[in-house]
Write a new protein. Structure first.
Length: 326
């Protein structure tokens, strides 16, 4: 593999001149620049981007931490953000923590070097001060770490109300909503509170049932759904994340429940999973595209040293009515 010294020798210039051409740190005569570029092509020279980043204090790379690459919502969001960053000349480094605190902390320590220009934090297992002490531009997703860190988040309170209103339209009397209580500190948990408050105000009974979102595959969720529906035969409405909702739909059909006459279902997130079932599932949709747009917009401002006009950016959610509610 050719080195910068090989390029300099081929172009008959000093190595520092080659470096200035690559980094754009000084004016170089057009004819000299052309000689260097020709030499790079002839030698098939590939610049070391990490070394250039360390020299310029800029890498052209953004890191994104997520709980799991297998989760459809986070994989879809990462795809949207990667596309938008690429349009702006940046590459995405994706880090999946699997919900492990030490793994998240190790990634944070690595990212303190010049390997990235900014961080999109889609996990929240560390103490707030560990995020606040991070010395690079950082934006939080769905978690308010306080002080100077901006947050982009869906309007989960509205999402919970929209789901509750659909259960009311479907004349449900006993609704369960599925979630992970350990995630109660994140903004998305507000959908459960809003759902319960709206239903209770209308005299409809609701119950929160905890399922660890990262411990089971679909077959595991299916067994849990069957157990829950057998334990609570009076249940006539369920709200759950997309994969879990698909499991409840299949379990309800196996138990002979008629959809939506005696069993209503609302999925939360609205990823592609909600559209691959036998019937179209009524969904509360978080717009990964809009979240991605706003996240990249704010992070680019932070990396450019610009001041933000506010700290919290709320992204609207919508309900897509399907065949699983009346």
């Amino acid at each position: 593999m050719a080195s910068i010294r090989d390029v300099a020798k081929k172009a008959n210039v000093a190595a520092c001149t080659v470096s200035r051409v690559m980094n754009g740190t000084a004016n170089v005569a057009p004819e000299t620049r052309q000689k260097i570029e020709d030499a790079m092509k002839e030698l098939n020279y590939i610049p070391n981007e990490l070394a250039r980043g360390m020299f310029r204090q800029k890498s052209g790379t953004v890191a994104m931490l997520i709980p799991s690459i297998r989760h459809p919502y986070f994989s879809n969001l990462a795809h949207c953000i990667e596309s938008k960053l690429y349009e702006k000349g940046y590459k995405l480094m994706l880090c999946s923590t699997d919900g492990q605190i030490e793994r998240e902390r190790e990634y944070i320590n690595i990212l303190k070097t010049n390997i990235v220009d900014g961080v999109i934090m889609g996990v929240s297992d560390l103490d707030d001060n560990e995020y606040q002490q991070f010395d690079k531009p950082m934006i939080m997703l769905d978690y308010d770490a306080g002080k100077k860190l901006p947050i982009v988040v869906s309007d989960h309170e509205k999402g919970g109300r929209l789901a509750a209103e659909k259960f009311m339209e479907s004349q449900c009397r006993y609704v369960i909503h599925i979630g992970d209580r350990e995630l109660s500190k994140v903004e998305s948990y507000k959908c459960h509170t809003a759902l319960a408050d709206t239903l209770n105000a209308a005299g409809i009974e609701s119950r929160f049932i905890e399922i660890k979102w990262n411990e089971f595959d679909f077959l595991g969720y299916l067994e849990i759904a069957k157990t829950i529906l057998e334990k609570y035969p009076q249940v006539d409405g369920v709200m759950a994340a997309d994969i879990q909702a698909a499991a409840f739909l299949k379990a309800a059909l196996k138990l002979g429940k008629k959809i939506p006459d005696d069993f209503a279902l609302v999925s939360y997130d609205g990823t592609y999973v909600a559209d691959v079932n036998l019937v179209n599932v009524t969904s509360i949709i978080q717009s990964a595209d809009k979240i991605g747009d706003k996240t990249v917009e704010i992070l680019l401002k932070l990396m450019a040293g610009q001041k933000l006009t506010k700290r919290k950016y709320l992204i609207d959610v919508v309900r897509k009515d399907g065949e699983t509610t009346k």
